[in-house]
Design a protein around this ligand. Structure first.
Ligand SMILES: C=CC1=C(C)c2cc3[nH]c(cc4nc(cc5[nH]c(cc1n2)c(C)c5CCC(=O)O)C(CCC(=O)O)=C4C)c(C)c3C=C
Ligand code: FE2
Ligand code: FE2
Length: 356
């Protein structure tokens, strides 16, 4: 239960002049539903398999014909990957709360945004979060919001950059959930915010802070974005271009030169070519080219997760060090940073215009 979603005055009442058997109706409110990717409930084989199965069966993520893909997925990938991914998740698991870091951080972000919006709009807004895969499901949270009287819902996929594999599939799931509602609320979705000045500023501040804490300035900042197959770009997905623009705006905001910052892509999956350069190879090349101190940030992720805490901070770090790199600094995602919460709340405020 999050601060600004407490039901306050929202007691259901029978409308005036309605017959005695008329159902009670809750006063109207506005819902803000944040959405992230999803994460396994636990790290054992079956929890991992359930999560990966839902994720990797999504045709927005992997668009091969199910006749070819499903046998491969069910018989080969899901017999091995739940073990290796489970082990990776165990290395970063929040054991105190018994949940993945993505879950903990998403809850913190929701609480912080709820508090900010409550201060701005009072009890008229209810803030909550859902996941595209796993729990809490998008459908369950849409149901709760409608039940609580939300006649308008602003749906916010927490990805700065649009990709079919992230924002679009989150939106699809939201619309599917709306299809089941008798009294369908009015709906809006928040557009990508990769070039929003407050987001760029929050990123820049986090980098300036990390650099100020270093005795020796890193030779280069690597902005490592989650990859997608290169074919998706060729077929019209603008993700690549939005990532490039974030790096350029960040460079301009920092007042840096092109030689001090670089865009790379990580998390390649399967045999196809993905967006290049691949982070894991690029950091090794940088070390070999004499860039012995590097910093890495991950602007495509609104919250730290397996892809940053394990892949960047363990695997990619190792690749750099094995190639002769000396100092690897991972700059955490913006998470529940004050400037980030302000930026996200600002984006929400813009998209709530006319509703409150
Ligand atoms: C197989 C294809 C994948 C595509 C395309 C893809 C795109 C994509 N993903 C994110 C953000 C996240 N991905 C995360 C985990 C993750 N991603 C894939 C595969 C693809 N992602 C897998 C198989 C996994 C699971 C982990 C593993 O087994 O390796 C996460 C983290 C979830 C967590 O619980 O921590 C995020 C976040 C973006 C932004 C993106 C394209 C733009
Ligand atoms: Fe991913
Ligand atoms: Fe591009």
């Amino acid at each position: 239960m999050f601060d600004a979603k407490s039901d306050g005055a929202a007691v259901a009442e029978r409308p005036h002049h309605a017959p005695a058997d008329h159902p009670a109706v809750k006063p109207a409110r506005v819902g803000v539903l944040l959405a992230n990717l999803g994460t396994p409930d636990a790290t054992d084989y079956w929890s991992m398999r359930r999560y990966l199965n839902e994720f990797l069966s999504d045709r927005r993520v992997i668009d091969y014909s199910p006749w070819i893909w499903q046998p491969l997925l069910q018989l080969i990938i899901l017999s091995k990957r739940p073990f290796s991914s489970g082990e990776a998740y165990r290395s970063i698991w929040n054991t105190e709360a018994d949940e993945s870091p993505l879950m903990t951080i998403t809850k913190d972000q929701t609480n912080a945004i709820a508090a900010t919006l409550k201060a701005r709009y009072g009890d008229d807004v209810r803030v909550d979060f859902c996941m595209r895969y796993g729990n809490p499901s998008t459908e369950s949270k849409v149901r709760e919001m409608v039940e609580a009287g939300c006649r308008k819902i602003l749906f916010f996929p927490l990805y700065p950059h649009y990709a079919g594999a992230t924002s679009a599939t989150a939106n699809d799931q939201f619309f599917r959930a709306l299809m089941k509602e008798k009294w369908q609320p009015v709906a809006r979705v928040v557009p990508p915010y990769y070039d929003e000045p407050a987001y760029i500023d929050a990123l820049a501040q986090s980098i300036e802070r990390a650099y100020a804490a270093k005795e020796n300035r890193p030779d280069i900042l690597v902005c490592s974005y989650h990859g997608v197959p290169k074919r998706y770009l060729e077929e019209g997905d603008p993700y690549h271009c939005q990532c490039q623009k974030t790096t350029r705006l960040l460079m301009e905001r920092l007042g840096w030169d092109k030689t001090e910052i670089k865009t790379t892509f990580q998390s390649r999956f399967g045999p196809e070519e993905w967006l290049q350069p691949y982070t894991v190879e690029e950091v090794a090349r940088l070390a070999e080219a004499g860039k012995k101190r590097i910093a890495v940030c991950a602007p495509a992720f609104s919250a730290d997760c397996i892809e940053t805490l394990e892949e960047i901070n363990e695997e990619i770090r190792e690749s750099f060090e094995e190639a002769g790199g000396e100092e690897f600094t991972y700059i955490p995602c913006l998470n529940d940073d004050t400037a980030h919460i302000e930026a996200l709340s600002g984006v929400i405020g813009e998209n709530l215009k006319g509703w409150l």
